[in-house]
Write a protein that binds this ligand. Structure first.
Ligand code: PEP
Length: 241
């Protein structure tokens, strides 16, 4: 039985007041793990106010040194992060991140025992060309070959065309793609493929969460815009009963 996860990704949004509001509300679920992906500068405050399951949104591929502006896995750990998102499409698109770099970031996180939330997904052009599965193979295979994916990994499938557009994937399409992801992982380990949590991300809102959550292979969500609104995020969490 895979425990559901509902993870927030605040991106470059939010502030100390919003952290304080979420900390005061203390959203709860008996069935889903709630994770807060926060700008690194807010992590320490979130932790000290009692928010649990904090995730960084990115990490440096380097351990330390002359890398102005970057944040290391050691620093994330010290501030209290237990998870870290890597490979978000905004990092791939605006910062040219590829699998080679992401494998290095992943290794840094493993050294600090920070669990990885690895984002994958096709662009609109790749979707239109019908090559989603080969894109997912391109994004997953190097990580499988490097032995980085295990049952504690969290995969976030986020079709790029659905992120921040209000145009979520249909539940059927997301379910089919999650099955394909499990199939790709099962080529290396059927056991890991059956245990790994695969989240859907891309315009998840209170009004579509339940239909997506009912799908067998959708083990949770990575939520951007709607994770900034306490009430809406609460309703999304409640989609997992
Ligand atoms: C995301 O940033 O990971 C995301 C899914 O954003 P949104 O929910 O706003 O589409």
């Amino acid at each position: 039985m895979r425990k559901s996860i509902v993870a927030a990704n605040w991106k470059m949004n939010g502030n100390s007041q919003l952290v304080a509001d979420f900390a005061q509300t203390q959203l709860q679920s008996n069935v889903a793990e709630i994770i807060y992906g926060l700008p690194a500068i807010l992590i320490s405050q979130a932790k000290s106010l009692g928010l649990k399951n904090i995730a960084g949104e990115d990490v440096s591929a380097n351990k330390n040194g002359a890398f102005t502006g970057e944040i290391s896995a050691v620093m994330l750990k010290e501030q209290g992060a237990e998870f870290c998102i890597i490979g978000h499409s905004e990092r791939r698109q605006y910062h040219g991140e590829n699998e080679k770099l992401l494998a290095e970031k992943w290794a840094r996180l493993n050294e600090e025992n920070i669990a990885v939330i690895y984002c994958i997904g096709e662009t609109e052009a790749e979707y239109d060309a019908g090559i989603t599965k080969s894109v997912l193979e391109r994004q997953l295979n190097p990580m499988l070959a490097a032995g980085l994916i295990d049952e504690n990994t969290v995969i976030a499938y986020e079709p790029v065309w659905a992120i921040g557009t209000g145009k979520a994937a249909t539940a059927e399409y997301a379910e089919k793609t999650h099955q394909e992801i499990r199939e790709i992982i099962s080529r290396q380990s059927a056991d890991v493929a059956s245990k790994i949590r695969i989240l859907y991300g891309g315009s998840v809102k209170a009004n579509n969460a339940e239909e997506l959550a009912n799908m067998e292979n959708i083990d949770g969500f990575l939520v951007g815009g709607a994770s900034l609104k306490i009430n809406e995020f609460k309703q999304i969490i409640e989609a997992f009963k």
